[in-house]
Structure formats: structure tokens, C-alpha cells
Design a protein around this ligand. Sequence first.
Ligand SMILES: N[C@@H](CCC(=O)N[C@@H](CS)C(=O)NCC(=O)O)C(=O)O
Length: 219
Amino acid sequence: MMKLYGYPISNYTNKVKLALLEKGLEFEDVRTGFSQEEEFLQKSPMGKIPYLEVDGKFLFESQAILEFLDEAYPDTKRLIPKDPFEAAHVRSIISMIEGYIDIPARRIYTKIVEGIELTPETIESAKKSMQKGVKALSRIVKFSPYIAGKEFTAADCSAFATFSIINDHIGDWISPNPLDELLGLKPYLEMMLADPKAAKVDKAKSTVMKALKRIRKQF
Ligand SMILES: N[C@@H](CCC(=O)N[C@@H](CS)C(=O)NCC(=O)O)C(=O)O
């Protein structure tokens, strides 16, 4: 059986977990944090989570994992459309969410979770970058009802996992929350949560987040 190594408050872990659940594939959910230990780097060379173990081989980078799942299990729900233009659209949305919104946002939320103090400069630069990313994304996303159009795709795995984690934290530090400019996001996240698979991912995230909040009372 496949093994997914990651942690429930990692959006990239949750992206892969939602993909596996949507595809109806069996997997073992192995909770692990990231590490720079040699043994870990042999499986995930940047020391990041998630990584996926399949038949004794280790796959890393969430997008590569999703694309592998589509190729290796062609009879399951497709995450990347067959049409090359639609496929490029899905991949573009994912790149924008992760590269231009998540990367700046995590300069804030990872520090909050780790209990590290934020400087006004960090907050201001994250805010500017996020606003730029959200503005760009809002030009191309449809939420009709899914983020790339009529069908559920890999872009929904990324969007749901990433935006729900950003929304948990960012509003307390950047006001208004740059994600508020993404019209249709709120009903979209509610629609996604009505799916038991996405709800399962979200529940695990919320449980761990609540426990962390109890430990670190400052956030
Ligand atoms: N591009 C990677 C990003 C993965 C990533 O950044 N994971 C975070 C947790 S959400 C991590 O492991 N961070 C630890 C580090 O950067 O050292 C992917 O898509 O899998």
C-alpha cells in the first residue's frame, strides 16, 4: 500500500492527501514533520513534506506526485485534464497559488505556527506580494463551480489545501485579508467542505491546529 508522509497542517501534504482520497486510492497516512537528517533527505532531498512511498520508491514534490497518480492509476478520477490547453490552465493556476500567494503568505503563517516573532517589514512585504498574486489569479479563476471550471482538478487540491490554511492565520496579521479580493472564494471553500473527503482533510488540520494553539497561546 502507498504511504503518504506528511503532517495535517502542511498544505502540500493536504493537497496530495485530497488527491489520493478523491481518486479513491488506498494509502497509509504517516505523520511526520520535515527534516534535514540524512535518512530523511534520501527520501525527500530538500527535506520537505510531503513525500509518497510507492513500491519501495520515494516520490517528492506535491505536483509531481499528483501527476504520477494520474499516470499510474488511469482508471481513477483525472486531476489533470487530457486537453492540453485545459491541462496548462490547471497547472498555471497551481503555479500561481503556490508560487505567488502561498510563498509570501508562508513567510507569515509558518512563523506564527513556529512561534517566531514577525517584523512589520516582513508583514508589509508579504502583504504586497500576496496582493499582487491574488490580483493576477482573480483574472483567470472562475469558481464555476471549481477553480478551473466545471470539473474538479488538481487545482482544487492545491486551492483548497492552501487557501484554508492561509485563511486560518493571515487575517490577524494582514487586514484586510488579501484573499478577500478573490471573489467567490468563500462560497467555493464552503462547497468544497461539503465534500466528505475535503472535510476529512480539513478536520485533521483543525484538530492539530487547535492542539498547537493550546501549546502556543500567542496565536
Ligand atoms: N514544492 C514543495 C513544497 C513543500 C513544502 O514546502 N513543504 C513544507 C511544509 S508545508 C516543508 O516541508 N517545509 C520545510 C522546509 O522548507 O524545510 C511541494 O510541492 O511539495
